[in-house]
Design a protein around this ligand. Structure first.
Ligand code: PHE
Length: 382
């Protein structure tokens, strides 16, 4: 019979008839309490609230007025005890009660170790640590839970998304493992184009690549929604680049696409100028220079006057006074056609920008690798 069963019975039922028997019973009870206590301590708890919950549970189990083990002892052993045994039972019971704080339920909280990882983080003793019994210095600062924060690239992405969402654009996404059709062919990028070279692109097989830009989602969205269409497409892209301070084989882009009737280059310029001012401040100016992309015609590169030096030349703009922002252009009629949209009825503009680069410029970070190394000393600055 366990001690838990024994406290449900009277001494008479247990056949205990002398002081020695009483002492033995109480000794067993005390040992059980110690065991329960030790077990809990060795189990540990992940945090302070949990430790307190554990202790309260143990305290209730033993000390609750109604149904607690001690109250059962009172009811079943002490109260019904015969005249001869009562003094002995009473003495033992009082002693146990006095030492039930002697079971030190309160101190248990202090003694209970945190779970290993948590304890390690907080430099607190582990379950196996013998120092656990040492008194705590209550003047030490409280427990610190390390808090995470939004990654600077994600933060940049959200800030850019926010501006376009307010302009009525929707967010669209597409697969990172993409067919060569969507990544290249549908975008008017011919077989002979250098971007299709093994040197530039990570191939899964002859017809499947890790997308090299977010532009394939232009076609996917045209097929899915038709026109009119106002979307931005944030996401990861991949290129066959060795990592250095400005290159990463994985990086982030945001694509913009607007298709409607009567969309002109003026809409593109106006929207991107507004965007630049929202992001970098009212006083910046934008500069459009001609460029080439197979999927836009005409194509351009957009730069913004340096928001740090106002175009005077500084470290951030590499003394040029301008910061390159993105590639853009009017969606090529063939690309519209590939997406199932009639280029005689609709026209559109598109842009693609590098989110990581934006975040680097914004925070004056000179090494893109810092974003992907997971070094808390870097990340906790944001
Ligand atoms: N996809 C192009 C790139 O990755 C950027 C771009 C997107 C240019 C849309 C024009 C229009 O470089």
């Amino acid at each position: 019979m366990t001690i838990y069963d024994k406290i449900k019975r009277t001494l008479q039922e247990l056949g205990v008839s002398d002081a020695q028997g009483v002492e033995a019973l109480f000794a067993e009870l005390r040992k059980t309490a110690e065991q329960e206590r030790a077990e809990l301590v060795s189990r540990g708890a992940p945090d302070q609230p949990q430790r307190e919950r554990f202790c309260k549970a143990l305290r209730d189990r033993w000390l609750a007025r109604k149904g607690g083990f001690l109250s059962q002892v009172d009811q079943n052993w002490l109260k019904p005890a015969g005249k001869e045994l009562k003094p002995a039972v009473g003495r033992q019971f009082n002693e146990l009660r006095r030492s039930s704080s002697g079971l030190e339920f309160e101190k248990l909280i202090e003694a209970m170790p945190l779970e290993p990882e948590v304890a390690k983080q907080m430099e607190l003793p582990l379950a196996s640590d013998s120092s656990r019994a040492a008194p705590r210095d209550l003047t030490l600062p409280g427990l610190h839970r390390p808090l995470g924060s939004i990654h600077p690239v994600t933060r940049m992405q959200r800030e850019i998304e926010e501006i376009f969402l307010r302009l009525g654009f929707r967010i669209e996404s597409g697969p990172e493992i993409e067919s060569t059709y969507y990544n290249f062919d549908a975008l008017n990028i011919p077989e002979s184009h250098p971007s299709r070279d093994d040197w530039d692109t990570l191939y899964i097989d002859a017809k499947t690549v890790l997308r090299t830009h977010t532009s394939p989602v232009q076609i996917r969205a045209m097929e899915k929604y038709g026109a009119p269409l106002y979307i931005i497409i944030p996401g990861k892209c991949y290129r066959h680049d060795n990592p250095d301070s400005t290159h990463s084989p994985m990086f982030h882009q945001i694509e913009g696409l607007a298709i409607d009737e009567d969309i002109t280059f003026a809409d593109l310029k106006g929207t991107l100028d507004f965007f630049a001012k929202m992001l970098f401040g009212e006083k910046v100016r934008t500069r459009f220079q001609p460029s080439f992309f197979p999927f836009t015609e005409p194509s351009g590169e957009v730069a913004v006057s340096c928001f740090v030096c106002d175009g005077q030349g500084c470290r951030v703009c590499k003394e040029s006074g301008w910061i390159e922002l993105m590639g853009c252009g009017m969606v090529h009629p063939q690309v519209l056609r590939n997406g199932g949209i009639d280029p005689d009825k609709y026209s559109g503009w598109a842009f693609g920008l590098g989110v990581d680069r934006f975040a680097m410029v914004r925070h004056d970070i000179n090494d893109i690798q810092l974003f992907f190394q997971g070094d808390v000393r870097f990340l906790e600055q944001f």
